[in-house]
Design a protein around this ligand. Sequence first.
Ligand code: SF4
Length: 59
Amino acid sequence: MNDYQNCAYNKHIECTVSQCQYHSACDNYCTLDKIKVTTHEANPTMCQCTDCSSFIAKA
Ligand code: SF4
């Protein structure tokens, strides 16, 4: 995927994780059609307990 294709982001998924290979090169959005949100806690109680499981680090 080149930078031009990365500009076709999903306006319904805002994201500021620019280290992810699915992050838009043009704005703070995700380029995927959908993502999976999970938790690393047994009993999540705040936003910080959740994770984007679709994250893949840039090569
Ligand atoms: S996959 Fe998750 S972390 Fe990566 S850009 Fe999309 S929303 Fe952000």
